[in-house]
Design a protein around this ligand. Structure first.
Ligand SMILES: NC(=O)c1ccc[n+]([C@@H]2O[C@H](COP(=O)([O-])OP(=O)(O)OC[C@H]3O[C@@H](n4cnc5c(N)ncnc54)[C@H](OP(=O)(O)O)[C@@H]3O)[C@@H](O)[C@H]2O)c1
Length: 249
């Protein structure tokens, strides 16, 4: 990925930070996007530069159109035009979990809207430049629950299912312009959120996964890097589960 510029939304921690590190380790200059956690984003930048890479922290709430436009300008000025866009930040409140007959429909609509904004605003800010330059690679981060729902997952599941549809349409419309669009589907992955789950509960969940362990952020990051890079130059519209066998497509 030498000479390429990547932007990873929501990469100050968790899966996004692992993706930023992985793309940088493969030679890309990486814009590390965050919303509130400037110190954590700077830490990721420091780790990348200490390892000999190039990175820049860029603040923007990816659900805010103006902020996304500013982030695009700041990234281009600091690192150059973006070749690889990773849509990792989901743009909704994790705490909305409810059964379908009980869910607050306004909250459901707001979660889906957050994911759509966090997806389509960066797409519209970065993909036209890729089209003009004749190529680029977009990787969406989806979740197992979009395809294998559990009772409280209507909000997250609907949001990610909407995002997956956007990925399919974009793959179709932009292929002729050399822009590839692929999706990595994460299962339960070790992050700050999973660290809050009691160990015994986490072990029970791991036992249900064919590979008998939950994912590490690096498992998702390596799948993203494979789809983002030129080894998969003829692959677009793909959905790759990084779920330890919990999802077979
Ligand atoms: N963890 C899992 O088990 C799992 C499973 C399946 C799918 N996923 C998907 O993987 C992706 C990453 O999940 P994660 O667990 O790594 O998330 P996380 O630990 O909650 O990290 C979220 C990252 O996104 C940033 N962020 C949040 N809202 C933002 C916004 N509106 N604008 C810009 N940045 C924003 C956060 O930065 P700030 O703190 O600055 O806001 C942080 O860097 C998500 O799309 C999630 O749905 C995760």
């Amino acid at each position: 990925m030498d000479g390429k510029v990547a932007l990873v939304t929501g990469s100050s921690r968790g899966i996004g930070a692992a993706i930023a590190r992985e793309l940088a380790a493969r030679g890309a200059a990486v814009a590390v996007n965050h919303r509130d956690s400037a110190d954590a984003a700077e830490q990721v930048v420091k780790e990348i530069t200490a390892a000999g890479g190039r990175a820049l922290a860029v603040r923007a709430d990816v659900t805010d159109a103006g902020a996304v436009r500013e982030m695009a300008a700041q990234t281009e000025a600091g690192l150059g035009p973006v070749d690889i866009l990773v849509l990792n930040a989901h743009g909704f409140d994790e705490k909305v979990r409810a059964l379908p007959l009980e869910v607050d429909v306004e909250a459901l609509a707001s979660v889906v809207s957050g994911q759509i904004r966090a997806t389509m605003l960066p797409v519209q800010a970065f993909v036209p430049g890729m089209v003009e330059r004749g190529g680029g690679s977009v990787v969406f981060i989806s979740a197992l629950i979009a395809r294998d729902p559990w009772p409280m997952s209507i909000t997250h599941g609907a949001a990610k299912a909407a995002m997956e549809l956007a990925a399919k349409v974009l793959a179709r419309t932009e292929a002729r312009h050399g822009v590839r669009v692929n999706t990595v589907i994460a299962g339960i992955t070790r992050t700050q959120a999973s660290d809050q789950i009691p160990q015994d509960k986490l072990q029970k969940q791991a036992a249900l996964i064919p590979m008998q362990r939950i994912g590490e952020p690096e498992d998702v990051a390596r799948a993203v890097a494979a789809l983002a890079g030129d080894d998969t130059a003829y692959v677009t519209g793909a959905f790759v589960p990084a779920c330890g066998g919990a999802l077979i497509i």
